[in-house]
Ligand binder design. Structure first.
Ligand code: NAD
Ligand code: ZN
Length: 361
């Protein structure tokens, strides 16, 4: 099936080891327009070399983003309020997001909230952001989510018990700096779990019903790159693979958007057990052999090759309320479930079957 949606990509990117050193010159023309630069930097870098290399000028502000948990609507509302309090009615000339998916999404959400009234929750959905966002530059330091290139910023909303982003062309970054050297310090398990997010986005898209030839081609390319990184002999984190994973995330991010069964189960786990996204995806695929047999086998082999272990039994002894919440937190994602299984997805993924899947994790 071909789709006719008008599709926006990030207009500019700079790729290469050391690309980060060009941030200052990219900011110059924005500074000429007036207003400060606000940096949103993963808290991991607070006492690291990178923090000392930020091209910050007087009047700029560096916010270290706590990524101990994934961004919530309240979290980005607070950050937007803090930014507004410093701006006296003006706007920054640029926002810079530096980190993994959580930080990149945080900067995207703040960018929308600075030019659109009200709270983040009002923009969770599709095409709800009315005014163009503040200009923003994305610098991924952890590759796999595709957040650097996607048109969404995923926010947890515990009140509505869902994870949903501000899906909008205004959410897209204006410029990317893709510097694989920034990913050298990522812990191995984290590199695997986040890298797997690319694999999942792409095969879920490729196995789904909403497709077009561009997305299929991007998905296949990113899947091939993931296989080269995680299945070939040699370490997944060797230098050439850092660059390959950075690019696979970027390509996969352009293909993402129409996921399948993995992401709904993963969202349920994140809402109920607060599991981080990449790891939750891996738990989800670990019980989806029936639905994605080929990818299940490849994933199992990737885990074995990279010596990554998922401790079993995470949903073994939950309360009935928690099992119910896992079911509700999964089945609420109608669009991807419909994409993967068709309109009868509720008959295929019955409550009994889903709870049995969670219990077997
Ligand atoms: P993350 O951003 O949550 O970071 C995970 C951990 O890695 C954190 O502890 C962080 O401090 C650390 N880290 C990041 N870079 C590092 C580095 N270079 N060295 C050492 N440690 C580093 O992880 P993630 O998997 O990239 O992102 C997950 C988030 O992305 C979730 O909130 C998820 O919902 C979101 N997401 C968004 C999209 C999108 O299209 N917008 C897609 C998928 C997932
Ligand atoms: Zn994902």
């Amino acid at each position: 099936m071909s789709t006719t949606r008008n599709t926006k990509n990030v207009p500019y990117y700079m790729l290469g080891f050391g690309a980060f050193s060009h941030l200052g010159e990219l900011l110059e023309p924005k500074r000429a327009e007036g207003g400060p630069v606000f940096f949103y930097v993963d808290h991991y870098f607070q006492d690291k070399e990178l923090a000392g290399k930020l091209p910050a000028a007087p009047g700029d502000k560096v916010f270290f983003v706590d990524t101990g948990s994934e961004p919530t609507v309240e979290f980005v509302d607070d950050l937007a309020d803090a930014a507004k309090a410093m701006l006296n009615g003006g706007l920054p000339c640029c926002l810079v997001g530096i980190g993994g998916g959580a930080t990149l999404d945080t900067a995207k959400a703040v960018g929308n909230l600075l030019t659109n009234p009200g709270k983040a929750e009002a923009y969770q959905g599709w095409e709800l952001v009315k005014n163009p966002a503040v200009y923003k530059i994305g610098v991924p330091t952890l590759a796999g989510t595709g957040a650097e290139v996607s048109r969404t910023c995923v926010l947890t909303n515990m009140r509505r018990k869902l994870k949903l982003g501000m899906n909008s062309d205004y959410t897209v970054y204006d410029q990317l700096l893709l510097d694989p050297s920034l990913t050298r310090t990522v812990p191995r398990d984290q590199f695997f779990f986040t890298g797997m997010d690319t694999f999942m986005h792409c095969f879920e898209s490729y196995r789904g019903g909403y497709r077009n030839i561009i997305v299929d081609t991007l998905s296949q390319t990113a899947i091939t790159m993931c296989r080269e990184i995680f299945l070939a002999s040699g370490d997944m984190m060797r230098e050439e693979n850092l660059e390959k994973m950075t690019v696979a995330s970027y390509i996969g991010g352009m293909a993402a958007g129409n996921v399948g069964v993995v992401h709904p189960l993963s969202a349920g786990l994140s809402i109920v057990l607060h599991l981080p996204h990449g790891k939750a995806n891996c738990y989800a695929l670990s019980v989806l052999k029936d639905i994605y047999p080929e990818e299940y086998d490849q994933f199992t082999e990737m885990m074995a090759r990279q010596k990554v272990v998922l401790p079993r039994g995470i949903c073994a002894d939950l309360t009935d309320e928690q099992y119910d919440a896992l079911y509700q937190g999964t089945i609420i994602h109608e669009k991807p479930l419909n994409n993967a299984l068709g309109p009868d997805f509720r008959q295929i993924l019955t409550k009994k079957r889903l709870i049995a899947m969670f219990k077997s994790m």
